[in-house]
Structures are given as structure tokens and as C-alpha cells.
Design a protein around this ligand. Sequence first.
Ligand SMILES: [Zn+2]
Length: 279
Amino acid sequence: MRLGDITLTVLDAETFLYDGGAMFGVVPRVIWGRLLEPDEQNRIRLAVRPLLITTPDSKILVDTGFGTRLSKKEHKIFGLGEGNNVESALAAVGVGPEEIDTVVLTHLHIDHAGGATRNEGGKVVPAFQNARYLVHELEWEDGLEPDVISAAAYRRDDYVPLMDAGVLELIGDERDLGHGVTTVLTGGHCRGHVMVVVETLSGTAVYPADLIPSRHHFRGAYVAGVDLFPLDVVEQKMQLLEAAARGGWTLILDHDPDGAVGCVVEVENGRYRFEELPD
Ligand SMILES: [Zn+2]
């Protein structure tokens, strides 16, 4: 989609299987199971959608999916196919990895930062050789020393090589990337989680990443079990949904299996639904 002189390209990098209970927290399975049907292992299939933001002078990639460095076992755990990843999704829209100048990692979990690096001759190197990589300073701290709840979602090899290569930039609570593109700290999912806001005279689009992973997370209590600060998620997402409904903003959802791009409609006081738009 286009917003003024900015193009937003949603990248269908891959899909993965994830425990439905972990995705919906306190919501009972009989309820979330009607929204997204689980398999015999209670897993639901989710999308992984990094976002390419093309401004007049920059190509910004927001998140990198699972990437190409997964073991066979990890492939199996997440139900990933072979050959689909952020690089193949970029190639499908005619963009080479060398063209990306900025990579924003909303946080460092494996499904967002796995593709930040790749193997080259037995060494782990930045996958986007001409890019600087932006990570919130709190997420960097937590990625180096994850808590026990999050430890399984972090692999140091996804991001420590970025620091070693001198391409990592730690960011604060807001970072202006030019042409109305800004990273904004949300916390909630993890302390240093950021979303990306694109604000132009032609309209506003927000990539909330795991603050609102799917249209089924619009209601207050529909918060993932893996969110470290669930009440912060509730506060931040309800604020965002209200502003998006009022302002006619576009949301781009990273894990929704049925579609990424849509607007927010208030159905009754404080309740919202997603209305899909063509991307
Ligand atoms: Zn995620």
C-alpha cells in the first residue's frame, strides 16, 4: 500500500505452528478454538509478516521472521516449511538483501530476529550486509540475560553477531527514521518491545507487532500467555485501537493467519473489530 511518498509492502515470510493456549492466555480453549481451529497438539497456524517500508531515501525492514539458521528440530517444533523466509519474500518483490539500509527489530524473539543473521562459510553474519540494526536498549539487556519465562524464545546467535559486526544501534523510547516513520516503545509483550508508526499527510499506518498479533486480540482480556506484562498490553493496545478507530489508521498485523492489513471499527463502547483492506 502507498501512503504519500511511502510504500508499505507486507512480506509473507512463512507460517508457523504455536500453542493456542500460549497465544490466548486466560481465554478458554472452547472460545479461542472457535476463532482459530487448533490441530491435535493444540497448535494454531500463524503468519510471520515482516514489513518493508520504502521511503524516498531508505528501505527499512521491520522484523526478519525465523530466518535461515534453524535446526531440523526447530523446523519441526514450529511446523515450518523449507525455503520460505524473509529473504525469499523480499526476492519475490524484487528487493535484494543488500538494498536494505535499516532493520528494526521490534523485539528479539526467534520469530522476529531469527532472520537478522545468516550462516556464511560456517560463520554467523548479518543477513542484511548494508543495514544498521535498531533494537530498544531494554530489549538488548533482556536478550543477553532472558528471564526464565522468555528464555526459550531467545537465541543469542540471532543478535550478538550484530553487535560483534558493529552494525547494532540501541534505541530509546522513540526514534525518528525520517519521512514520518517512527519507532515507539510499547513494552507489554516484553520490556523493550517497540511498534512502528508511519504518519503522513495521506494517512497513518501502524505495525503493532506482538502488541496486537492478530484480529482476535482486539478485546481487552485476549492477551497472550507469553506476554510478560499483560496489563501493560491491555492499556497500550486499547489506547492504540481507540486512536486507530478515531483517526482511520491502518493496522498491519504480524501473526494474523487470515490477513494483515485493515482498519479498526468501534462496534460498541470500547469494543473494536478489524475490517480487512486490500494491501
Ligand atoms: Zn511474535
